[in-house]
Design a protein around this ligand. Structure first.
Ligand code: FAD
Length: 392
């Protein structure tokens, strides 16, 4: 019989892996809780009123048409000894190997005052869907002159440049639609992705709109109060007309249930095969893993999915796993016609994925408007290409 793999999570990582495994002749079942996937990349543009939600939604018909078994249920357990995944309705799915790409879970115990009810008042919008629409509506409906407060978490979290792209696009929205309003960005760290590029862009585009407060200047938020829409830092309190809290995160709940997450909340894996270091036979990819230097991005999840699928095919056939090289590029928009990027190449070393030195880099710090406009177009092209690759 053909070897069987169950993939849990049909996002950028899991849907890519399911396709790669199926195309390699593995009997593949994809377990995804939701019938529609809502993509996070470009969701910051939705929040800023530059794009509709429909452009973020994708379905699984193409995967089904290809012959992949897609089951829309929540997985509630992974038994690596009995080699089966349990679904919420009690069904069990047997496997020879399993792959988890569950993304993130918000840590509602990670920031005092921020629980599920608070997220309905102070949206995180860090999992695209209703939260994205809620934050967009709050911005649209707030009075001109109100302050928007953004709370940015310490590392590690999904999409390292994402908060700064969001800050840029909210500043663009305020500058053009609510010119008397301000954006205050409170950050729990001092150093972030593409920092010099973002800061140069903010100084030229949004000097009167966006104020950035790093950790060293008192940016760490220690408590939030949804009733008063107030946040507390080491230095005082701040009220917002709109408050966007990006809280701490960990690997999706199934990772904890399967025993593949460690005490950090994230999943240690072998960087060549993406097999769990804690539970043999179960592979983990995407945002959920401890990936060393590789960021938690859709690009990275897609790249890891191909490598993990090839490794699983090799292991199922009793062959050795090849040492991979993986690529990542993260685009960010700082304004509609202004894109910047960071790229890197990664390889296993000392048990983690490490930077291949000299490969990759960021957009130039000084560049004419035409270069920034071209990168904004490359970002759109990247999104069209990756979503066609994963769901099309
Ligand atoms: P996900 O894409 O989150 O997929 C996980 C899937 O698993 C979900 O569909 C979920 O429903 C399902 N699932 C979870 N648990 C279960 C279960 N128990 N049973 C069944 N199904 C389950 N990345 C980029 O590369 N470029 C960008 O420009 C970019 N912009 C971003 C902007 C924002 C605002 C944010 C928040 C993120 C951005 N990202 C970007 C990051 C990107 O969205 C993630 O890195 C990517 O989605 C990770 O893929 P994944 O497969 O690990 O998880």
């Amino acid at each position: 019989a053909r070897p069987r793999v169950v993939v849990v999570g049909g996002g950028f990582g899991g849907a890519t892996a399911a396709r790669s495994l199926h195309r390699a002749g593995i009997a593949t079942t994809l377990v995804e809780a939701s019938a529609t996937y809502t993509a996070c990349p470009f969701s910051n543009a939705v929040i800023a009123g530059l794009r509709g939600m429909a452009a973020q939604r994708f379905g699984y018909d193409a995967l089904r048409a290809e012959g992949i078994t897609v089951v829309h249920q929540r997985a509630t357990g992974v038994d690596a000894t009995a080699r089966r995944v349990t679904l919420v309705d009690g069904t069990t799915l047997p496997f020879d190997r399993a792959l988890l790409s569950p993304g993130i879970e918000i840590r509602f115990d990670g920031l005092p005052g921020y629980d599920e009810a608070a997220a309905e008042v102070m949206p995180h919008a860090w999992q695209a869907g209703p939260q994205t629409e809620l934050l967009a509506a709050q911005l649209r409906d707030m009075p001109d002159g109100g302050t928007v407060v953004m709370v940015v978490p310490p590392n590690p979290y999904r999409c390292p440049p994402g908060p700064y792209e969001r800050a840029s696009l909210i500043a663009h929205f305020l500058k053009s639609r609510k010119p008397r309003s301000k954006l205050l960005v409170l950050d729990a760290k001092d150093v972030f992705s593409k920092q010099r590029l973002f800061e140069a862009a903010w100084a030229s585009l949004y000097p009167d709109t966006l104020e950035y407060v790093p950790l060293a200047m008192g940016g760490r938020v220690t408590e939030v109060d949804p009733k008063s829409r107030r946040v507390t830092t080491d230095f005082g309190t701040q009220d917002g007309a709109v408050v966007n809290v990006i809280p701490p995160q960990r690997a999706g709940a199934i990772a904890q249930l399967a025993g593949v997450a460690d005490r950090s909340g994230w999943c240690p894996v072998d960087p060549a095969s993406f097999e769990s270091r804690l539970v043999p036979g179960v592979h983990v990819i995407g945002d959920a893993i401890i990936a060393g230097a590789m960021p938690k991005s859709a690009f990275a999840a897609n790249a890891q999915a191909r490598v993990a699928a090839a490794a699983m095919v090799a292991l199922l056939a009793g062959r050795a796993v090849q040492a991979p090289k993986l690529l990542n590029t993260c685009y960010s928009l700082v304004a509609p016609e202004y894109g910047i990027s960071v790229a890197g190449v990664y390889q296993p070393a000392n048990g983690l994925l490490t930077d291949v030195s000299g490969a990759g880099g960021t957009s130039p710090l000084e560049a004419p408007a035409g270069v920034r406009a071209a990168e904004a177009r490359y970002a759109e092209d990247w999104f069209a290409t990756i979503t066609a690759d994963v769901f099309g």
